[in-house]
Unconditional design. Structure first.
Lengths: 231, 476
């Protein structure tokens, strides 16, 4: 039994002006990001053996108070994740260390995940940032050696999320999601020869948060002959 | 018992009425595996105390479990009942620091002189920042070794090894990560496979809880566990065992009940029973095995069926003269008649009954001819109580009061009217292959309805190695 009082309650955050979750902002762990991340290297990175994309630009969490994940309906999540939180949100590929403009600037971090999944909770915890009631943005560049048709973006996320490939919505994971590999798979799409921009946004109330992403070919097999970069 | 009475009232109108809900006050959250002690069954849940039952069907509040905390588990090894439970963690107010503790007693009955808990101490823990929350412990004793899984959605499910003689952690044993995105785990061992079960989904929100029980398996108790699609449980895999159905939502906290003779059941809670104001309740349902995977079964639902023998395919029927449906066989071979085709009526009960003797009528097996003397209405009997996870049923010829019964000679017959006597009440257990065993209430030895010949039935000892005592219920 996950005895999260937060999970049990109706979603209040969506309709109440809730202050930032200062109580949910942990001190940065002594280990920082090192248990699950390392700085993105200078050379493009291949997916792991199962095709999971492990190099990402991650934005420090945007506060979006939600005391439960039960209210993550498609309508709510779509509204929450298509809202503009910073200029260039859907167009710009940031660089490592860039900061968003605004009252409370947030920093981008170019990281390589050590595991198949990108542990967002630990990313925030390692930086001493809020872990609950947040939205995470993620961007990566997939370098394809040729045009690839009939590929599918396969995503698992905790909790809800939306994903875009080259500016077009490819996948939406709604409801109180647990992360399961290949949970939601996009319709067939085309990866261009050269750079392809993948964006994702994950929303979470209480509990852990992470995601895993890979591309599958027409036979459902993972695509590995691409590389990942952040610029 | 109102819900059961309602089911009986409706049974004449509705086929498929649920009959799996336990009697009494089975209110509990996060129940442990059932423990049998001093002639009674016990289960403990989150908080103190638990439930107790004489028969596995009617449950009342009872039992004593000190220590508080959440989601305990019980296992009996030798003369000791080990009880594991967790204190702390669970995410309340964001906290994930927790300890799994173990204690033991030689009886679960507070009135027994052997009752009395002895603290073993902490066997697993989480520090609050690591990717694990040490709650929801679950035991497995297999091949002389004692294993304990624990954890929640907050990080990893982990496995440790305990000493079965003391309940303490084996010296030098380190936790092994075995799954993610799972909680309320349970462990099974069967045919050389270790099975890790646990819930996916959300708990604790009544009929909005999406809890469902999943499973992966491994040849090694510390994994890697994968599901039927080959997806590792460390990557979120898990084959469905059971989800909510009917008016019960959110199954979780699996506990094996092995009754022997190829009959297994499992305990769990439903997060919400709509017939009990949406409260969390204990449930016990059959466990099936298909292609090496555990699958939730179901008690036979009230309704009218052909009762078909797995031995011969014959239909259980009254041993009465066959009554033809009026038909000129030449019509089957001739040219189509002019004009629209006219449907023929079914044989009526009155037409079939016209040749039935009064008094007791024997039963046998025959080719299923869709005749009234082959159609049986099965209904749970509220006032008759029940046994592990099921009510007792009456089995009558549809549209009549003629009841299947065990007679004084130990043979199976039908009595002209249903009396409610034990010899007319039947226990119907789903077996691990999905077929059913049918046994009379109060049988002095484990007698069952058995096809002792291709067309002959009797009450005799059930042989789990044979199809002779296995039955299926077909839509009539």
């Amino acid at each position: 039994m996950l005895r999260t009082g937060l999970r049990m309650l109706p979603m209040l955050g969506a309709c109440l002006a809730v202050p930032a979750f200062s109580a949910d902002t942990p001190a940065a762990t002594a280990q920082g990001l090192s248990p699950f991340f390392e700085p993105a290297g200078p050379t493009p990175k291949a997916p792991d053996a199962d095709g999971f994309l492990q190099r990402w630009l991650l934005l420090e969490p945007i506060l979006k108070p939600n005391r439960s994940n039960a209210g993550f309906t498609g309508t709510y999540v779509r509204a929450a994740l298509t809202q503009e939180y910073f200029p260039g949100q859907f167009k710009v590929v940031p660089r490592d260390g860039d900061k968003t403009k605004g009252k409370d600037p947030l920093q981008w971090h170019a990281l390589d995940a050590k595991l198949f999944d990108v542990k967002l909770f630990n990313f925030a915890q390692g930086l001493g940032k809020p872990t609950y009631g947040v939205i995470f943005w993620a961007v990566t560049i997939v370098n394809s050696p040729r045009e690839m048709e009939n590929v599918r973006l396969a995503v698992g996320s905790n909790s809800a999320s939306m994903w875009w490939v080259n500016g077009k919505e490819a996948a939406g994971l709604f409801g109180d999601r647990r992360m399961v590999m290949d949970d939601v798979v996009s319709r067939p799409l085309t990866l261009h020869k050269g750079k392809n921009i993948i964006r994702g946004a994950v929303i979470n109330g209480p509990g852990l948060s992470d995601f895993c992403v890979r591309f599958l070919d027409a036979d459902g097999q993972p695509i590995r002959d691409v590389t990942l970069s952040t610029k | 018992m109102k819900y059961l009475a309602a089911a009986i009232l409706l049974s004449g109108l509705l086929s498929g009425t649920a009959s799996a809900q336990l009697a009494g006050e089975p209110f509990i959250h996060d129940p442990s595996t059932l423990g049998y002690s001093d002639g009674k069954y016990y289960t403990f849940g989150t908080g103190r105390g638990g439930l107790v039952s004489q028969d596995g069907w009617t449950w009342h509040a009872g039992g004593e479990r000190p220590g508080g905390g959440v989601a305990p588990d019980i296992i009996k090894i030798g003369d000791r009942y080990y009880v594991a439970y967790a204190v702390g963690g669970g995410g309340m107010n964001g906290g994930h620091a927790s300890n799994v503790k173990v204690m033991w007693t030689k009886s679960l009955d507070p009135k027994s002189p052997d009752f009395g808990y002895h603290d073993v101490g902490v066997v697993a823990s989480s520090n609050g920042t690591e990717d694990c929350d040490a709650i929801d412990p679950a035991f497995l004793y297999a091949d002389g070794r004692l294993w304990l899984s624990y954890g929640t959605y907050f990080g990893y499910i982990r496995m440790v090894e305990l000493d079965p003689k003391t309940g303490q952690r084996v010296a030098g044993n380190e936790p092994v990560d075995v799954a993610i995105d799972m909680e309320a785990t349970a462990l099974l061992y069967r045919d050389g496979w270790y099975y890790l079960l646990g819930t996916h989904g959300t708990c604790c929100d009544g009929p909005n809880s999406s809890y469902n029980i999943r499973v992966g398996r491994s040849r090694n108790p510390t994994g890697p566990f994968t599901d039927h699609m080959g997806v590792p449980l460390l990557k979120g895999g898990g084959k469905l065992v059971i989800a909510g159905r009917g008016r019960t939502f959110g199954p979780g906290h699996f506990g094996l009940v092995d009754l022997g003779n190829d009959m297994q059941k499992f305990s769990m809670h439903y997060e919400s029973d709509m017939d009990r104001a949406g409260r969390s309740v204990l449930a016990i349902e059959p466990l099936l095995w298909k292609d090496g995977w555990p699958v939730g079964g179901e008690n036979v639902k009230a309704g009218t069926y052909e009762i078909q023998s797995e031995r011969s395919g014959g239909a259980l029927e009254l041993d009465v003269d066959f009554v033809r449906i009026d038909f000129d066989f030449r019509r089957a071979f001739g040219p189509p008649p002019p004009g629209p085709l006219t449907p023929l009526p079914d044989q009526t009960l009155a037409q079939d009954m016209a040749v039935w003797p009064s008094g007791q009528i024997k039963v046998d097996l025959g080719d299923y001819m869709i005749r009234p003397h082959q159609k049986w209405t099965i209904t749970p009997v509220a006032e008759a109580g029940g046994y592990m996870g099921s009510p007792y049923y009456k089995i009558i010829i549809a549209g009549t009061d003629r009841a299947l019964a065990a007679n004084a000679d130990g043979e199976v017959v039908t009595a002209p009217t249903f009396s409610g006597a034990p010899e007319q009440l039947w226990r119907i257990d789903q077996l691990t292959d999905g077929t059913y065993r049918i046994t009379p209430k109060g049988a002095k030895e484990p007698l069952a309805l058995v096809a002792v010949g291709a067309s002959t039935v009797s009450l005799t000892k059930f042989d789990p190695a044979s199809d002779a005592g296995r039955w299926t219920f077909k839509a009539p």
